[in-house]
Design a protein around this ligand. Structure first.
Ligand code: HEM
Ligand SMILES: *[C@@H]1O[C@H](CO)[C@@H](O)[C@H](O)[C@H]1NC(C)=O
Length: 190
């Protein structure tokens, strides 16, 4: 019985190894994984090295965004604020700067709608479209994965508002707003 398990796990290991090293695609994936791990942990080390941390940005007042408005929050502006959309919801992910900041492992998502990238596990810039993406061609597994990411973001980051479809008008949140202390004024000529 124990022998059986041992042989089984040994053969699993060798299958695993030959799968891994036998295919160029898998080798590439492994390399990408190692690169991402390196970036994540290098970022973490830098984050603790250069104290004190800059003061946290004021919370954005609740507001909706078009794709174009979202693009301005890619972390490259003065304040370094980073917004990102998942499944039609816009989150302030500035706290996750080491992931989404310029040069971070998931920097492609900054100021963008990350839904399709997260659903298809792709960090390819081409995955994220410039036009509004209604995700209608994703299958149930992929949509489930988008919803799981959305839940995770709801727990970890501040929800700011909705991502607007083309032509959709922003919700007026002014009634239920206490601290409209700063920001939000982004003039767009359209
Ligand atoms: C290929 C190998 C990959 C490895 C080894 C890897 C590793 C990790 C690790 C260790 C974390 C947690 C970091 C922490 O909490 O300190 C993380 C978070 C994350 N990863 Fe990956 N990852 C990989 C691929 C991907 C891909 C392809 C995507 C995009 C679809 C992705 C998107 C994310 C996101 C969005 C987070 C959450 C960051 C946050 O909490 O805001 N990862 N990854
Ligand atoms: C959804 O699409 C992915 C990628 O094309 C595929 O691997 C997966 O099996 C599909 N799932 C379903 C339920 O169709």
């Amino acid at each position: 019985m124990a022998d059986e398990i041992e042989t089984e796990s040994a053969s699993f290991l060798s299958t695993f190894a030959s799968e891994l090293f036998g295919s160029p695609l898998n080798l590439c994936l492994l390399a990408i994984c190692l690169f991402l791990l390196y970036k994540i942990f290098a970022g973490r080390r830098n984050a603790t090295q250069f104290e004190p941390r800059p003061p946290a940005l004021a919370k954005l007042k609740k507001q909706d965004f078009t794709l174009e408005q979202l693009r301005e929050y890619d972390g490259k502006a003065k304040d370094g604020r980073i917004l990102m959309s998942v499944n039609g919801k816009v989150f302030d992910v500035t706290r996750g700067k080491r992931f989404y900041g310029p040069g971070g492992p998931y920097g492609v998502f900054a100021g963008r709608d990350a839904s399709r990238g997260l659903a298809t596990f792709s960090l390819n810039e081409q995955t994220i479209q410039d036009e509004y993406d209604d995700l209608s061609d994703l299958n149930s597994t992929q949509m489930e994965s988008v919803r799981e990411w959305e839940e995770q973001f709801m727990e970890k980051y501040d929800y700011v508002g909705k991502l607007l479809r083309p032509g959709e008008s922003p919700t007026d949140y002014s009634d239920n707003e206490e601290d409209s202390s700063k920001d939000g004024e982004k003039s767009k000529d359209d």
